[in-house]
Design a protein around this ligand. Structure first.
Ligand SMILES: [Zn+2]
Ligand SMILES: [Zn+2]
Length: 199
């Protein structure tokens, strides 16, 4: 049995820090995004709510056209909580969704695409068109890049760690002890299989 490697220990330690409540300020970020969009002459629609979605695991953002002509935007809590996600990366998702509120911009083609490209050029973002499963103005999509590929759960103490790529640990995880409780009893789930094809 191998003793858990340093990298894993670091991973567990940083996970515990991240899981404390130091969320990015969604309202503040949204205000900045709107300013940046408006400064380039684009006009977002009326946004009635910007909500944090704590249940979405594979969807980063959502823009919903409501029957009264306003829009509701939801941003995944994971983007806001996870320190690996930069403010700019979070703003890319917010801007992506805000652009959908502009007239004629519900799809990722035409005006939306032109606007996204203009914003990318002006501010250096990388706002991408994604394959959406949109229906009636509700869309769900996944941003690649920041999604972890694997999720390991210690069956003994319950801690969850994520890995973004294949490594010694992801291949030989049965031989590694949990840095927190010492057990060698990981369950492995591949997140990629169920969520990545959409991009
Ligand atoms: Zn979209
Ligand atoms: Zn454990």
């Amino acid at each position: 049995m191998l003793i858990s490697d340093v990298a894993l220990e670091e991973c567990v330690a940083s996970f515990e820090i991240r899981s404390r409540d130091n969320m990015k300020d969604l309202q503040n970020l949204t205000d900045e995004c709107i300013k940046e969009i408006v400064a380039l002459g684009m006009k977002p629609g009326k946004i009635s709510d910007v909500l944090i979605n704590s249940r979405a695991k594979t969807r980063w953002g959502q823009c919903k056209a409501k029957s009264d002509g306003t829009f509701e935007i939801q941003i995944s809590e994971r983007l806001l909580k996870d320190d690996r996600v930069s403010d700019d990366s979070c703003k890319e998702t917010i801007i992506h969704e805000i652009l959908h509120t502009c007239e004629g911009c519900m799809k990722h083609t035409g005006k939306w695409k032109i606007f996204a490209e203009r914003i990318n050029a002006a501010y250096g973002y990388n706002i991408k068109r994604t394959t959406s499963s949109s229906e009636k103005g509700i869309e769900e999509h996944i941003s690649s890049g920041i999604m972890p590929k694997y999720m390991f759960t210690c069956r003994n103490c319950g801690i969850v760690i994520y890995r973004k790529r294949e490594s010694k640990f992801t291949r030989n995880y049965r031989r590694y002890c949990c840095a927190r409780c010492g057990a060698a009893d990981w369950s492995r789930r591949s997140i990629a299989e169920c969520s990545h094809k959409d991009q």
